[in-house]
Design a protein around this ligand. Structure first.
Ligand code: SF4
Length: 464
């Protein structure tokens, strides 16, 4: 009897695909890391079409449009399997080691089955932009640090630590209005939407973001005017609030008119002194920042300029996790924002097998600094369900931070923090009260947020 995976694969095989535009998977992969070593990236890298090992007939003018990116975004399981069939070679190196090291190979069908079964267990649905798909090394997908962030593989998923939950930061409990988290005395989190340009496996907001999955029904937050109005009214009535994070979901998925509406309304509240739009867009679809036919960046800059005139800061907070995510298209986008006066900060999540080494984190920080993106935070992975294999221990974070300090200019050195499970807010990783490394349990307090309440962070069961 055919398994659900095999039935699905048959559908994939018989479905009409856009294969005419997708090149054979045997095409040599261009490594972005090697491109980034170029001494003059803005002039030399611009000529390298880093997507054409997949979409060989798509030229630069097309690839750099936001419209093409959204049209070719892979956003359904069937579409993903369809895509993988065209880019993954018939045999790929297995596990962590490369084929050169141990010579073990697995078949493409086994890999697809692993993805299919992983999606059935994952709390997050799948959505990947062409930019992200282009920087993944499909010749060795099981070793790729970008793929690891987005594609769940059944063979890699570890049983959850018993303390993992879907809403580990207790956001719903700290929301006086649905979608408005009020934890810190002077700051609120304004969840404008629950849609993103990509879906990360380790998302803090697994309870709300993205489409329902087989294992999770989301408490979705639609970009609805009535819901936003109730959130604005709450902010207006609470003069202690000076600072707003507009997130979701992702501000990239807000219509430009929505961006303007939210920005102007917040600027018009006298006690709001600063706010930022959180978006992973710069990392996963930088084209929207440079596309002259798309109004998003102009809307953002207009709000930022207006804020500056009023003496209020409007910033962008983005989310890069690995140097391979950065291409010349990213550089163009970051430069556009810098030249137009937008302050950009980055928040990285420390992820096992992605960026949990000193050299990798140092390279990421340096590249972001070169893009005039301030490396702001590195988060210890949140204790959310389904991502035990991606979490690192507190000890790993302490070790990396300890070894980076001094080697990076102080103003570019990100703060390593843990966002306390249960809603204590962000704390520097060095500020734990106790840390039993054997048991993998640390205790914390957050006096300004939660009095003398004690919070616990649990390392993953399988530690480094
Ligand atoms: S972009 Fe941000 S909000 Fe969206 S899935 Fe990733 S981590 Fe979650």
């Amino acid at each position: 009897m055919a398994t659900p995976f095999r039935q699905s694969l048959r559908r994939v095989r018989s479905s009409s695909t856009s294969e005419s535009t997708i090149s054979p998977s045997t095409h040599k992969h261009i490594t972005i890391a090697s491109l980034a070593k170029s001494p003059a990236p803005s002039t030399t890298l611009k000529t390298i079409p880093y997507w054409q090992h997949i979409w060989r007939n798509v030229d630069q003018s097309e690839f750099l449009t936001y419209r093409w990116q959204t049209r070719n975004t892979v956003d359904r399981p069937e579409k993903l399997l369809d895509f993988l069939k065209t880019v993954v070679p018939e045999r790929i190196p297995d596990a962590v080691k490369s084929a050169k090291e141990d010579g073990r190979l697995i078949t493409r069908e086994a890999f697809l089955e692993d993805v299919y079964n992983g999606m059935a267990k994952a709390p997050m649905s799948v959505r990947l932009t062409p930019h992200v798909l282009s920087v993944i090394n499909w010749q060795e997908p099981l070793q790729d640090p970008v793929l690891r962030q987005f594609l769940p593989l059944k063979s890699r998923i570890l049983p959850d630590h018993p303390e993992l939950t879907l809403d580990s930061l207790h956001e719903e409990g700290d929301s006086p209005i649905p979608g408005l988290v009020h934890r810190y005395p002077d700051k609120v989190l304004f969840l404008a939407t629950s849609v993103c340009p990509v879906y990360c496996r380790f998302c803090t907001r697994s309870y709300a973001v993205g489409a329902d999955t087989e294992s999770v029904t989301k408490h979705s937050l639609k970009p609805a005017r009535r819901r936003w109005d109730a959130m604005f009214e709450y902010i207006e009535q609470n003069p202690a609030i000076q600072d707003v994070v507009v997130s979701g979901g992702d501000s990239y998925y807000l219509d430009p008119t929505h961006l303007t509406r939210i920005g102007h309304r917040l600027l018009g509240i006298p006690h709001i002194k600063r706010f930022r739009f959180a978006t992973k867009g710069l990392a996963v679809c930088p084209m929207r920042m440079t596309d002259p036919n798309d109004a998003w960046v102009n809307a953002f800059v207009e709000v930022s300029d207006r804020g500056r005139e009023m003496g209020k800061e409007v910033a962008m907070h983005t989310h890069f996790n690995h140097p391979n995510e950065i291409t010349w298209a990213t550089e163009m986008a970051a430069r556009t924002l810098f030249q137009r006066g937008v302050r950009v900060r980055n928040q990285t999540v420390l992820l096992r097998g992605v960026n949990d080494t000193i050299p990798m984190m140092a390279e990421l920080i340096r590249k972001l600094s070169d893009l005039m993106i301030q490396p702001y935070y590195v988060y210890l992975g949140d204790m959310v369900k389904g991502v035990e294999d991606l979490r690192t221990s507190l000890a790993t974070a302490l070790h990396i931070e300890q070894n980076l300090i001094g080697g990076i200019a102080g103003f570019n050195m990100p703060k390593f923090v843990v966002d306390l499970p249960g809603g204590g807010g962000k704390r520097p990783i060095t500020s734990f009260e106790t840390y039993d490394t054997k048991a993998g349990v640390s205790t914390w307090t957050a006096p300004a947020v939660a009095g003398d309440k004690v919070f616990q962070y649990h390392d993953p069961v399988k530690r480094d």
